[in-house]
Design a protein around this ligand. Structure first.
Ligand SMILES: Nc1ncnc2c1ncn2[C@@H]1O[C@H](COP(=O)(O)OP(=O)(O)O)[C@@H](O)[C@H]1O
Ligand SMILES: [Mg+2]
Length: 298
């Protein structure tokens, strides 16, 4: 691989030389630039006084997205390179960290941290389930993106796919060929602690649903589930739990009863007031307190 050296312009500026070199190396590696292309960028840098990334973009050898991605690598900020992306566009906070979507997730994170008292630093062992009345309300979308947003703070985050009716986390995080997950752990056919590191985000771990069982409701009512959540609570700063919609069964309330905190997702213009109220009543009967509501308007 080519080593990128500081340009004379950078040396003149006397700043960012180390950073620039590392950005240059990251871009060179990611874009597999040839020595000739690197030399062309360096020459352009020398002539214009621009930074390596800017020079590469001007010469058409990298895109602005590549430069943002390289910066994210340099600052260890989990973000997915568009060029390397082969999985879901649904992970919006990773794919487009400067989008409105990502900004809204950061706002949600801030509000959540305040509610949990975690903004003041008590960031350990928070278990949060996402519930909603109907399929398609956005629970999985929000759970996955919220988990990434929390992981971007640097703590350890576990994302549990407890939707053993319509599991999607394995696909979203591209965890391939993995057949063992929550259902096996609850059936006693695999050890707890099956969380797998997400391929993209170092401190985010995903517990896939495992093989879809015939008895999801029964499984989440087993004491093993509470033990497993307790184990995760001790090991992670945040545990985000995705659940099946209430319209397919009341598993979600059983799951919520074992988590400390619940976020209710309401889809604007889609859920009927009646179904949302009904779910809130089920929660209240199960002594599940709802921490907050996320209005998903899409
Ligand atoms: N705010 C949003 N913006 C864009 N797409 C969304 C949003 N919320 C949900 N979706 C999309 O809607 C579909 C259903 O969402 P999903 O999270 O699977 O719902 P649920 O888990 O509640 O059944 C998915 O394709 C998801 O990407
Ligand atoms: Mg879902």
């Amino acid at each position: 691989m080519n080593q990128i050296t500081s340009s004379s312009a950078e040396k003149r500026r006397g700043t960012h030389a180390v950073d620039e070199r590392s950005i240059g190396n990251i871009i060179t590696q990611a874009k597999q630039l040839s020595p000739e292309q690197v030399n062309a960028i360096l020459a352009h840098q020398g002539a214009t006084g621009k930074r390596f990334g800017e020079a590469a973009v001007e010469l058409g050898l990298a895109s602005p997205q590549d430069v943002i991605w390289a910066l994210s690598q340099q600052y260890n900020y989990p973000y997915r390179n568009a060029a390397a992306r082969s999985v879901s566009d649904e992970l919006v906070v990773a794919n487009a960290p400067f989008s409105d979507h990502a900004e809204r997730f950061r706002n949600l994170r801030s509000q959540l941290l305040i509610k949990l008292g975690a903004d003041a630093g008590a960031r350990h062992g928070h278990v949060i389930a996402l519930l909603s009345a109907d399929r398609g309300d956005g629970k999985t979308f929000i759970a996955a993106n919220l988990a990434i947003t929390l992981a971007q703070l640097g703590g350890r985050v576990a994302l549990v796919d407890a939707d053993m009716r319509n599991a999607r986390m394995q696909e979203l995080f591209e965890i391939s060929d993995r057949q063992t997950g929550l259902s096996e752990a609850l059936n006693g056919r695999a050890e707890a602690g099956l969380c797998v590191p997400s391929p993209e985000f170092a401190n985010l771990f995903v517990l896939p649903s495992g093989v879809i069982p015939p008895n999801p409701q029964e499984l989440v009512e087993r004491p093993t589930f509470a033990l497993l959540l307790n184990d995760l609570r001790n090991k992670f700063d945040f545990v985000i739990v995705d659940t099946p919609a209430a319209d397919v069964g009341i598993d979600c309330v059983s799951i919520a009863a074992k988590c400390q905190n619940v976020l209710m997702v309401v889809r604007a213009g889609a859920n009927s007031t009646k179904t949302v109220k009904q779910l809130a009543q089920y929660c209240s009967r199960a002594r599940v307190e709802i921490l907050g509501t996320v209005l998903n308007d899409y």
